[in-house]
Design a protein around this ligand. Sequence first.
Ligand SMILES: [Zn+2]
Length: 225
Amino acid sequence: MKFVSDFVSLMYPNICSACNGVIHNTDSVVCSFCLSNLAKSYEFKDKQNKTAQLFWGKVPLEHAFTTFKYVKGNKIQRLIYDLKYDGNTEVGKVLGVEVGREIAESKLKIDVVIPVPLHPKKKKMRGYNQSLFIAQGVQEILKCDLNDYSLQRIVFTESQTRKNKLERHDNMDEKFAVFNTESLEGKHILVVDDVITTGATMVECCKLIKGIKDTRVSVSALASG
Ligand SMILES: [Zn+2]
């Protein structure tokens, strides 16, 4: 059967999502050269890294991981674009595996991985939550649980939006909530997102998770930017 699969890959070669080169004899969407040369940030080696600092005074974190360097025009930027806007969900898993390896190297013991949920409107348009695929890659390495139901985005109905307008931040038509939290009690939870910018979304998610009995929380993203 190897002959058949070689023949198929000759007819329909896998193209690397980062460099457009042909990938030989592997099912990955990123070639081994690109994968071993992706720009890593190594920020995780410093417990007080600049992503961790976004949480200071807001919510206590165990650790913050932002695995890659996001630079205009670099392969990471292209891969993240493919993941978010081009339906290339497989890229999320490949990069998630790299995030998982970094966390494993840090010797931090994670019990549960939770992807940041996408706004329902965006999910409907995109058809998938990119953070879920990253979380799957992380889980593959850490061999922990993946929970994609306890943390959810709550969308206000139009009447509620009008009613609560004065009490809420401008143009915030949604918020997060946690459900079925028993299985998260006492656990170290890693919240996974694609890119961390201001950290506001992550802070809100982490606050909710810290509100569950005896939890510890860490965050990870592919990059900050
Ligand atoms: Zn490549």
